[in-house]
Design a protein around this ligand. Structure first.
Ligand code: AMP
Ligand code: MG
Length: 337
């Protein structure tokens, strides 16, 4: 794996490397190197008060990044890692302020991707890596998305093909007795509770910022996943009933809804609506492709907020920035504004 050796050299000499994980692509740097991590913020245009997730390749390495990890959490991590779950823990003293945005806590995860794990092992240091998109843009699920946003701004891009989940990790805060959900993600809440006990879900987690005005995690106050075009979320039946009026818009929807729309409007298919993992995987690519169309606006279908659907809806709501339309009339009215 000569490619990974080269990438590791870049990491240890203070550079940045974009690499695949099972969730989305990350842009990484040596987590102990303040200046190297500062390059990530610059490349992404990321606000300095939005901390990074540190990626480790072993539980031993977790000890270099976090401190006072409770036994019960350690026990759960032994089962769920490597995997798409990020924990907020008390930071180790040596963590640089750039990574943690000067908080007393640090976000850590062990990715379940061979390239990511080998890169961390070959570098010999934990790698701080947020998603490898330009700030506010949809996260990259393909190397081509990274090139779109960060070409010339990152020292190397490791291409590992399309990522398995296409949606970011679930983040839980484990710094108090009861764990708290900060961001729904690829690891479903239902499954997580089997290992971490009852998880507190803030009421405002799946509402748009305009509605809540309170950011539950430092990064959540910023605009996220947004395409450049106007985007309206709408319920399944609102879309099918409005189909004839959707000419000129691009509808991102399940195969079933796309079949119902037929030739009335352009569609981007997200997959079979019975397979929400497939919908999740295609979501960010669809949002990026919307901007390449000549349409005046995008419409995105809503999905049931269960299992992975909870994370899908979190991204749909943040990308569209307002409550989904519940009727054909409301959808057409919103599009005409
Ligand atoms: P990204 O890797 O681009 O998905 O962004 C990392 C996410 O982790 C952002 O939403 C951050 O706000 C969140 N995060 C990182 N560190 C912390 C922390 N110490 N406390 C709470 N959230 C964090
Ligand atoms: Mg991100």
């Amino acid at each position: 794996m000569e490619r990974i050796q080269r990438a590791a050299k870049i990491i240890t000499s203070g550079g940045t490397v974009a690499f695949p994980t099972e969730t989305v692509y990350g842009i990484g740097a040596n987590a102990f190197d303040n200046d190297a991590c500062a390059k990530i913020f610059k490349a992404k245009g990321r606000p300095a008060d939005n901390p990074l997730i540190v990626h480790v390749a072993s539980l031993a390495q977790l000890g270099d990044v976090a401190s006072d990890v409770p036994d019960a959490i350690m026990k759960a991590l032994k089962v769920v890692w490597p995997g798409p779950i990020t924990l907020i823990l008390k930071k180790a003293d040596r963590m640089p302020d750039t990574v943690t945005a000067s908080l007393e806590t640090v976000a850590v995860r062990m990715p379940a991707h061979p390239v990511a794990l080998r890169l961390i092992e070959a570098s010999g240091v934990p790698i701080a890596a947020p998603s490898a998109n330009a700030s506010t843009r949809p996260s990259p699920s393909k190397a081509s998305h990274v090139i779109q946003d960060l070409d010339g701004k990152v020292d190397m891009i490791l291409d590992g093909g399309e990522t398995a989940f296409g949606l970011e990790s679930t983040i839980i805060d484990a710094t108090s007795e009861k764990c708290r959900l900060l961001r729904p993600g690829a690891f479903t809440l239902e499954e997580l509770e089997r290992y971490f006990g009852k998880i507190d879900v803030p009421k405002s987690i799946n509402v748009t910022l305009k509605e809540s005005d309170i950011a539950i995690a430092p990064g959540m106050k910023y605009r996220h996943y947004a395409p450049k075009k106007m985007l309206v979320a709408a319920e399944r039946d609102a879309i099918t009933q409005a189909a004839e009026g959707l000419k000129g818009a691009t509808v991102m929807c399940s195969d079933q809804v796309a079949d119902a729309i037929g030739k009335h409007a352009d569609t981007i298919r997200l997959g079979d609506e019975a397979n929400l993992y497939e919908i999740a995987k295609n979501l960010f690519d669809a949002l990026r492709n919307l901007d390449k169309t000549k349409s005046f606006a995008g419409v995105i279908q809503t999905f049931p907020e269960r299992g992975i659907g909870f994370a899908i809806m979190n991204r749909v709501l943040k990308a569209s920035g307002s409550k989904p339309a519940t009727s054909a009339e409301e959808l057409l009215d919103r599009l005409s504004r």
